[in-house]
Write a protein that binds this ligand. Structure first.
Ligand SMILES: *Cc1c(COP(=O)(O)O)cnc(C)c1O
Length: 387
């Protein structure tokens, strides 16, 4: 509505149709405005689906983030959603149907694994949960004509195990299966040269990086994205434009943060590896030889997350967490603050005792995601809690 015609309105109507600010041609804001609007006026003469009209379907602020993420990951297209878990469940529901079968790894983000194993059967979608160490036997689990997808994570939760991605994708190609990877820990700048069909990221973690937004992304080729988008629009897990703006802002420093956090995590790993009260340290590139070779072949940056096991003489991991002063005891990773938690508290609920034991999830093991504090302060805090 033109400013002149507004003048004729009652005050109550003027408050609804706010004044428009004029800007001369070329005088644009350097940062994109946040389109914090649920709806857009429909322009004449253009097909509706080429326009923005309702934010659950599309919004320019969300689209800008989708374009930036697909570019960073080196793939064609992207869907951003209101959580990382919505990205996982939306993709599974978008691409699978009754009588399909999916293979998921035991070493996968717990809610994703639980959704595949315990919820998908309601829709007659079956699954096999296999160990990452069984990857070379993956073909044994493929049901010809029925298996549709392999879903894995690398590095994995909570002990940073590295998947042999080339082996997984080569088996998938041979059998015509889709490969979905949760790349949250490695971030959207890595694994570009891998033959992955769908990359999932919890943007809550490194991408936004400031611990103030929950969001997720599905990144893939145009064909799969348009198929999945039909489902995610139906599920309605839309990201709010203001949250998308915060993520786009956070992404400007993404590479700087990821590099620094990788350096810090490396220094903390070195400190822990030589400490007499530490029984085990897990960090990509510093695991056993085969795992380290895989990590270096697949990733440039090893990331900000490590795990370790303390000497039982120090008490439990839970007690250890309560002795820390700088490191924050909670879930999540990839924030400005360093975050730590006992692995048993968040990652083993649905697993049996022998799986937990094999995976190193026990009363004395912890996952640490370093933040942006100085490495020496992080080491000092760990050091006082270990003495
Ligand atoms: C946090 C996380 C998710 C889920 O993301 P939310 O944004 O919390 O829903 C998925 N995968 C991994 C590896 C994660 O760390």
């Amino acid at each position: 509505m033109e400013n002149n015609s507004r003048k004729k309105l009652h005050r109550s109507s003027q408050l609804i149709h706010s004044p428009k600010v004029k800007m001369v041609e070329g005088n644009r804001s350097i940062l994109s405005p946040v389109y914090q609007s649920a709806k857009f006026a429909i322009a004449p003469g253009v097909p509706l689906m080429e326009q923005f009209f309702y934010t659950r379907i599309a919004n320019p602020t969300l689209r800008e983030l989708e374009l930036a993420l697909s570019e960073l990951q080196g793939m064609e297209d992207c869907i951003v959603l209101s959580s990382g878990l919505a990205a996982i469940t939306g993709t599974l529901l978008g691409l699978l149907k009754a009588d399909d079968h999916v293979i998921v790894f035991r070493e996968t983000y717990r809610p994703g694994r639980v959704f595949v194993r315990d919820i998908l059967p309601r829709f007659k979608i079956e699954s096999s949960v296999i160990k990452l160490s069984e990857t070379h036997e993956l073909e044994k689990y493929i049901r010809p004509g029925t298996t549709k997808m392999i879903y894995f994570e690398s590095p994995s939760n909570p002990h940073l195990q590295i998947a042999d991605i080339k082996l997984i994708t080569s088996i998938a190609r041979k059998h015509g299966l889709l490969v979905m990877m949760d790349g949250t820990f490695s971030g959207p700048h890595q694994h570009q040269d891998m033959d992955i069909d769908i990359m999932i990221h919890s943007l809550t973690k490194y991408t936004n990086g400031h611990g103030d937004v929950v969001a997720g992304a599905i990144i893939s080729n145009q064909k799969l994205i348009s198929e999945v988008r039909k489902m995610t629009i139906m599920l309605g897990a839309t990201l709010d434009p203001h949250a998308a703006f915060l993520i786009s802002r956070g992404m400007k420093t993404y590479l700087l943060r990821y590099e620094r956090q990788s350096l810090t995590a490396g220094e903390v790993t070195t400190f822990l590896s030589t400490h007499p009260k530490i029984k085990k340290v897990y960090y990509p590139g510093r695991l056993d030889q085969k795992q380290s070779d895989l990590a270096h072949a697949q990733m440039q940056d090893m990331g900000g997350i490590l795990a370790f096991e303390i000497d039982p003489a120090l008490g439990t991991a839970l007690e250890f967490c309560h002795r820390l002063k700088l490191l924050q005891f909670t879930a999540s990773v990839g924030s400005t603050e360093s975050l730590i938690c006992p692995t048993l508290m968040f990652f083993g609920d649905d697993l049996n005792a022998s799986d937990k034991m094999e995976m190193g999830i026990n009363e004395y093991s912890l996952r640490l995601a370093v933040g942006l504090e100085h490495s020496q302060d992080i080491i000092n805090d760990l050091s006082q809690a270990l003495s």
